[in-house]
Write a protein of this length. Structure first.
Lengths: 330, 326
């Protein structure tokens, strides 16, 4: 105790920096998301702000939406804007909306603005199917009064189902006629709560024999968090049955959990998309559903999930186009 | 208008003309702030130009304690990373190359003071590597990009690219507004010429105010880290003790404070003295002072060169012990 305390004090002494002087910090207006950098984006600022709306439930912003045509149709993230009754434009106009179409696979909803007399901007899509890698990504700020900037980075890819997890580390040795040995049980995990113990051997999952760690993982990937699985296990030559209610990967494993805590609220649904673009624009969970633009002011996609503090997913035009064509056909 | 006023006006005109010329010669990413579409296009184009080469040198590191990142800086597989990723010297670590190939590596040295660490990939193959930026070449406001493996290696996602600017720089710490997350630790920060300027160290509660270890810290202590020395709390405690708090200045280390009863006080070092060298080793980082002193035993004599009010002085003094100060 005394030793570690000494170490802390010593460090403080040896490395105590002077109070930060002004010339050691960058003017906030010049930061990546500073107001002066935003101004370089010219017309794209206005395009991003005017094409984005806030969606309200009980007077609270629950999502952003993308104004996709001059008739006032708005596209958004379906699971985020359940119960949205009104929208607010960047100029503060409040209008009622009604959900018209829904696509479960892509988590999209089409809302129609009730009443007319509002002049909606026309959205220009990027029909450039080239890579977005390392290009500017631009969205409206949470209050639609500024823009937020980042880069597309990380491969454009499909996102599979996250799957449920038990919270165990399993043995690699595949010679197990006697089941897959449990090396570790994560405290507070689904497996822990169900009573699984170290050195238990998993024989069957939902009455199917498993012969390798891979087979166990494969079985879990087909399940969702909250699903119940039945395990047949062997514990010191005794046959036991356990029921495990599967947990979330990100909540169960420590590293993911810590990163999640550092990230603030993330989207409830952030898996199971046919194709996503990845970018690092600083946005909140209730800003999903809004558009993301390139430097030319063309819409590249719509924000569909806040994953963590360095990652957002956007559905690209290639995914949206067939859905919208179907929904908006005369 | 009198003569003086005319000269002043003439000078002012010259100065503004010079400023104009200076701005015109600058690349978009060298300006204080991008001004228009062309500047922004220039910035993204410059990143694209260097991205694939720099990505090829970035590795994901798997240790007993978790996942981090690193960057290869020589064809023989020398990797810069963070000390808290390697933990200690001589540890076995798995490095995952940008191709997805897993290779074994062993940790060399590092220091918990700055969080700088090194390791060596044990491979006979020639590895892709990137260059270090020249020391003292990066400054506040410079555009930069971060690469790394947030949340660990993910083959379908690949490395994650983030953009930012240097928002803080003092002594041996650098802060940027590149957004980082656990797993990025040890990964590289590049300038827009594709050269390594820093290594990711600590992530801040604020997503856009993260800390990096500047390349200057590695260069200053290169030989110590290469020779398998890992400077941790214990080593610091057992070694010699001088007893000064300092800050980095262009010409050495300026003494900010003297610990009561320490060797520094006994031998008459003063606040404001600028320490130039210790046993002939130039003092170009505070960490180097800490390392040189902790390599000695208490009572070992040292030769200190310092500058006081413009005069060069040489002190020959025995070091004290940290434990005496309690």
């Amino acid at each position: 105790m005394n030793r570690s305390l000494t170490f802390l004090l010593v460090l403080a002494q040896a490395f105590s920096a002077e109070a930060k002087t002004d010339d050691s910090l960058l003017d906030p207006r010049l930061r990546l998301n500073g107001i002066q950098v935003q101004q370089a984006f010219g017309k794209t600022q206005g395009i991003a702000q005017e094409s984005t709306v806030k969606l309200l439930r009980n007077e609270r912003v629950i999502a952003h939406g993308t104004v996709i045509d001059s008739r006032g149709f708005v596209l958004s993230k379906a699971s985020a804007c359940i119960g949205a009754r009104y929208l607010l434009t960047n100029s503060g106009i409040r209008l009622p909306v009604k959900a018209r179409k829904r696509d479960e696979a892509c988590d999209l909803v089409l809302l129609e603005v009730i009443g007319d007399g509002y002049e909606w901007p026309t959205l220009h899509w990027s029909d450039n199917n080239n890579s977005t890698d390392a290009r500017w990504a631009i969205s409206a700020s949470p209050e639609l009064d500024e823009i937020r900037l980042g880069l597309f980075g990380g491969k454009t890819r499909p996102i599979g189902r996250e799957g449920g997890v038990m919270g165990v580390v399993l043995s690699d040795d595949n010679q197990s006629e006697r089941g897959i040995r449990v090396l570790e049980v994560i405290p507070q995990s689904a497996a822990d709560r169900a009573g699984l113990k170290i050195n238990d051997r998993i024989l069957k999952i939902d009455h199917r024999s498993v012969r390798s760690k891979q087979q166990v993982n494969h079985a879990m990937q087909k399940k969702d968090p909250g699903d119940l699985v039945l395990l047949h296990i062997n514990r010191v030559d005794e046959a036991i049955e356990l029921r495990v209610t599967l947990g979330h990967r990100s909540v169960t494993f420590d590293l993911f959990n810590r990163n999640l805590l550092m990230s603030g609220p993330t989207s409830k649904r952030k898996d199971n998309f046919p194709l996503v673009l990845q970018h690092d624009i600083p946005l909140y969970r209730n800003n999903m559903g809004g558009p993301v633009f390139n430097l030319e002011g063309q819409c590249v996609g719509i924000n569909i999930a806040r994953v963590d503090r360095v990652t957002n997913f956007a559905l690209p035009h290639a995914v949206l186009y067939p859905i919208l064509r179907d929904w908006l056909k005369p | 208008m009198n003569g003086k006023g005319f000269v002043a006006l003439f000078l002012a005109t010259c100065l503004s003309a010079c400023t104009l010329l200076a701005t015109e010669g600058l690349k978009p990413w060298e300006k204080e702030c991008p001004e228009n579409y062309e500047d922004l296009l220039g910035i993204e184009g410059q990143i694209q130009k260097h991205l694939s080469k720099t990505k090829s040198a970035v590795v994901s590191l798997e240790t007993e304690d978790g996942a981090g990142s690193g960057v290869i800086v020589s064809a023989e597989g020398l990797v810069l990373t963070a000390a808290h990723v390697i933990g200690d010297r001589g540890k076995k670590i798995t490095a995952i190359l940008s191709t997805g190939k897993r290779v074994s590596a062993v940790s060399l040295g590092g220091s918990v003071f700055s969080d700088a660490g090194m390791l060596k990939i044990e491979s006979k193959a020639v590895l892709p590597f990137v260059d270090l930026a020249k020391v003292k070449n990066s400054s506040l406001g410079n555009w930069c990009y971060a690469l790394g493996h947030p949340n660990g290696f993910d083959t379908t996602r690949g490395q994650v690219l983030r953009l930012g600017r240097i928002i803080g720089k003092q002594d041996e710490t650098m802060q940027t507004d590149c957004r980082l997350l656990g797993g990025d630790s040890g990964g590289p920060l590049f300038n827009l010429n594709g050269e390594v300027i820093a290594i990711h160290s600590r992530i801040s509660q604020q997503a856009d105010e993260n800390f990096h270890i500047p390349i200057e810290t590695f260069v200053s202590n290169w030989d110590f880290f290469m020779t398998d020395e890992f400077y941790n709390a214990q080593k610091l405690e057992e070694g010699g003790f001088l007893g000064v708090a300092s800050s980095l200045a262009p010409e050495g280390l300026t003494i900010l404070g003297i610990v009561e009863g320490s060797a520094a006080e006994k031998f008459g070092l003063l606040e404001g003295d600028i320490l130039k060298s210790l046993d002939g080793e130039p003092l170009d980082s505070r960490e180097k002072l800490a390392i040189l002193v902790s390599n000695k035993s208490p009572q070992d004599p040292i030769v200190l060169e310092l500058s006081r009010a413009g005069r060069l002085l040489t002190f020959r003094v025995p070091l004290g012990s940290r434990l005496n100060e309690e």
